[in-house]
Design a protein around this ligand. Structure first.
Ligand SMILES: Cc1cc2nc3c(=O)[nH]c(=O)nc-3n(C[C@H](O)[C@H](O)[C@H](O)COP(=O)(O)OP(=O)(O)OC[C@H]3O[C@@H](n4cnc5c(N)ncnc54)[C@H](O)[C@@H]3O)c2cc1C
Length: 498
């Protein structure tokens, strides 16, 4: 059934209904449209928030996909919005500086960092420019499927398609009706607080102006990190929009954390909790000025909880699938939630293209098989990073080898080409699905375990070439365990709000 005001579908084309206008839903819409499928998107909100949240970093594995949109036009459109954060400057709680380190995979020419709301708006605008039908103010209330079609109910109307993609985000209601499961929450025992400062005010305050000085960070933005026992603290500048973010993570403070997550909690209480965590820090006074500079009402504190993985992303008849946070919401410390959603989208579009209208359930099964373990290991990685940072910081070892502070670069995540992989693996996975045999993915570490690592593909690989990785250091292709790098990574990720 067609929805009022919506153009009739071309019956020869595959039709995809997408629910949710976040990074996941928009990426599915754009990728499926590029394959020539009919696409319809439904979003419950009447309008999108233009500048919602803070920044989000899209890693090179996601940027590789979005770089192709409009032959680079999409990337051009977001360039003015990008934070210029290519480096992190790392200290410990004594004030000792380990150095300034490049953020491989999340920096210019590879990945990008932009305000999350602005990214969604830019994707929305790009989808509109392609003529993709998007219906706002349309909360989907029901999902259904038969052997031949799947559909939704929205605004009292039943709409059908060849398949339905539920990209409703972490609090998805549709997930239960599609997969029969809900994600349960498990507290990690850690919490994060975020705050926002006005850079114009900071520039006038002698105790804060150092953050913005050219001497500290040059003309670019900078991420500053301070590592302490069980606590770390970071500041990200966004000079272009006169913003600063600061962040503290705390350990073993469940009482505080529970209090901290109560909405009625005041800024003063949050400030005091963070400052208490810094007792004994040589740089406490310096950072106290930053914490006290947070704008009124602009502290956000929350417990960090993990979501249990779903056992399947598919509906019983395999005409409906959950993607993005609805399928595999990860802790912010994974730094990959939105990026993995882009991988879901690109993989699904290719699988639908290759399976065709004849075998939509096969396409959805192949997508799940290719994406499931990878997304799950990234999801686990968020916790691994957080625990590692909080429990294993050995400052003496770091001083002896400051290279351990280098931001990590797990090549299996950041250098992965999900489109090339899906196209290459489709037949093998399809055969496994059809024969009921196990498919062993190789877009994950060979032992299926997440670990913090620093490895970069040699420049002669197609991936590296595409990403224009050229430094001498990149040529080495080494792999070392990193400690602080993960700390910085964790707070970089946490600086970015939903
Ligand atoms: C602090 C923090 C830092 C992060 N940092 C990073 C980072 O650096 N890099 C990165 O890649 N990721 C990061 N992430 C993760 C990233 O923000 C999410 O993974 C991503 O935004 C999820 O996108 P989504 O489209 O799946 O969900 P959402 O953005 O939640 O979108 C879901 C949409 O569905 C709509 N919807 C829901 N139900 C219905 C319905 N019934 N009918 C119609 N519409 C509906 C909602 O209104 C919403 O618009 C971070 C997350 C957090 C919390």
């Amino acid at each position: 059934m067609a929805i009022e005001g919506m153009a009739q579908d071309d019956p020869n084309k595959l039709t995809v209904i997408i629910v949710g206008l976040g990074i996941a839903g928009l990426s599915v819409a754009i990728e499926c449209h590029s394959k020539g499928h009919n696409v319809k998107v439904f979003e419950k909100y009447e309008e999108l928030k233009q500048m919602e949240g803070d920044g989000i970093s899209i890693g090179s594995n996601g940027a590789r996909v979005t770089a192709k949109w409009g032959d680079g036009a999409f990337h051009e459109s977001i360039r003015p919005l990008e934070f210029q954060t290519n480096r992190a400057k790392v200290f410990d709680y004594t004030g000792y500086c380990y150095g300034t380190f490049e953020l491989h995979g999340y920096n210019e020419g590879r990945g990008y960092t932009v305000n999350r709301g602005a990214l969604v708006s830019a994707m929305h605008q790009y989808a509109q420019s392609l003529g993709i039908p998007i219906t706002l103010g349309s909360g989907v209330t029901k999902y259904w499927e038969t052997e031949d079609e799947a559909g939704i109910e929205v605004n009292g109307k039943k709409i059908s398609a060849d398949c339905v993609v539920c990209a409703e985000g972490i609090h998805s209601q549709g997930r239960l009706s599609i997969t029969g499961q809900q994600m349960s929450l498990q507290e990690t025992g850690y919490a994060a607080s975020r705050g926002y400062l006005d850079a114009r005010v900071a520039a006038r305050n002698p105790s804060l102006s150092w953050i913005l000085s050219e001497e500290q960070s040059g003309s670019e933005d900078c991420i500053y990190g301070w590592l302490g026992p069980g606590v770390h603290f970071g500041i990200t500048t966004k000079k272009k929009d006169n913003e600063l973010f600061c962040l503290g993570d705390r350990i073993d403070m469940m009482l505080h954390l529970q209090t901290a997550s109560t909405p009625s909690q005041s800024d003063d209480e949050t400030m005091n909790q963070i400052l208490q965590c810094m007792d004994g820090w040589a740089v406490r006074d310096q950072l106290e000025a930053v914490i006290k500079g947070v704008m009124s009402g602009r502290f956000i504190s929350e417990n960090l909880a993990i979501r249990t993985p779903l056992t399947t992303w598919l509906s019983p008849k395999r005409r409906m699938i959950v993607v993005g946070d609805a399928a595999h919401a990860a802790l912010p410390s994974s730094g990959q939630g939105g990026t993995q959603a882009i991988e879901d989208a690109a993989t699904l579009a290719i699988a639908l293209d290759l399976a065709g209208k004849r075998d939509v359930p096969l396409a959805l099964s192949v997508t799940e098989k290719i994406r499931y373990q990878r997304a799950q290991i990234v999801q686990q990685g968020g916790l691994a990073v957080l625990q590692f940072v909080m429990n294993h910081v050995d400052f003496d070892a770091l001083r002896q080898d400051p290279t351990m502070v280098k931001p990590p670069h797990p090549a299996w995540i950041l250098d992965h080409d999900c489109q090339e992989y899906a196209s290459r693996e489709f037949s093998k996975v399809a055969e496994a699905v059809q024969s009921g045999q196990e498919y062993v993915p190789h877009n994950i570490p060979s032992d299926g375990q997440y670990r913090m690592e620093y490895d970069i593909l040699p420049t002669d690989s197609p991936t590296a070439e595409y990403l224009d990785i050229q430094s001498n250091e990149d040529l080495l292709g080494f792999s070392i365990p990193t400690i602080c790098f993960t700390a910085i990574y964790a707070f970089i990720a946490m600086v970015y709000n939903q």
